[in-house]
Design a protein around this ligand. Structure first.
Ligand code: GLN
Length: 277
């Protein structure tokens, strides 16, 4: 069979498995299986394929048809122009989160902030992007998951970002104060999780998604303790679910934050809340 026949056949299988992005994913997995870029793939469309490449590609295609996220197969996800390693057990970086990070970067640059804590860091995409874009003297990333901590360590090494990465249950392992705390905590309501896409509900870690019955437990915990870990006037920046703007704003105000503001992502959904002491 030719490259074209194999890729189109895989695209069809993926579409049958319910994958919306079957066109893109079938090509992305081909590039990953062959190590060739898009141009080489297009130039070789009519070539015959050897058995080794074919079985390597089909192994990836079958995993994708089982709804394993593309990024757990290829091991990589781009986030704000930087490549982050991904790994099963750790949430894959989302484009929605880019809006939250760029809002934080605006605040950090405007206020000339130099110390940042990323609480619930997962792959490290939030804190490490901030470390890459801003002049931060003290960057700390924390997560309760050992798998997240070790993935963040790998990503920090690859991107050459100097930081401390701590395995911690919220603030228990954190010392000192910061100019800004940013967090994308688990925020999905427990009863919503079974309704999510198979890629998310069957393959991504519940620990990183489940925000308890009302989805808000971690906003309450972080907001209650943040004042002990922020400098005077310091900022708290959250990612939120698109229907949590009012509730998270109320939690922040109750804990003494001012100028609490809800920001939208590129899809015009509420996605971030910011406020300061
Ligand atoms: N935005 C993620 C999702 O839709 C959830 C991330 C989180 O709970 N922090 O799957």
């Amino acid at each position: 069979m030719t490259v074209r026949e194999i890729i189109e056949n895989a695209e069809h299988k993926m579409a049958e498995a319910g994958i919306e992005e079957s066109y893109y994913d079938s090509r992305a997995l081909w590039e990953y299986a062959t190590g060739q870029d898009r141009i080489a793939m297009l130039l070789n469309m009519n070539e015959q394929v050897d058995d080794g490449i074919y079985s390597r590609y089909m192994n990836f295609v079958h995993r994708r048809c089982d709804r394993t996220p593309l990024q757990y197969i290829t091991g990589i996800q781009n986030f704000m122009g930087l490549d982050f390693l991904t790994a099963p057990g750790v949430l894959i970086p989302r484009y929605d989160t880019e809006t939250v990070v760029s809002s934080a970067i605006d605040i950090i640059k405007k206020k000339k902030y130099t110390s940042v804590l990323d609480m619930c860091c997962g792959s490290g995409c939030i804190g490490l992007t901030i470390g890459h874009e801003c002049n931060i003297n003290r960057l700390v990333l924390g997560d309760i998951s050992g798998q997240a901590v070790s993935l963040t360590e790998k990503n920090a090494d690859r991107l050459d970002i100097v930081c401390n990465i701590v395995e911690t249950d919220m603030f228990s392992g954190i010392d000192g104060r910061f100019d800004l705390i940013i967090s994308n905590p688990p925020y999905i309501r427990s009863d919503v999780i079974p309704t999510l896409m198979p890629e998310v509900k069957d393959h991504e870690p519940k620990l990183a998604l489940d925000g308890s019955a009302d989805g808000l437990v971690f906003y309450r915990r972080i907001s209650a303790d943040a004042a002990d870990y922020l400098n005077a006037g310091g900022y708290l920046v959250y990612e939120i679910g698109n229907d949590q703007g009012d509730e998270v704003s109320a939690i922040m105000r109750k804990n003494g934050f001012s100028d609490v503001t809800v920001l939208k992502d590129l899809n015009n959904n509420d996605r971030a809340v910011t406020g300061h002491l």
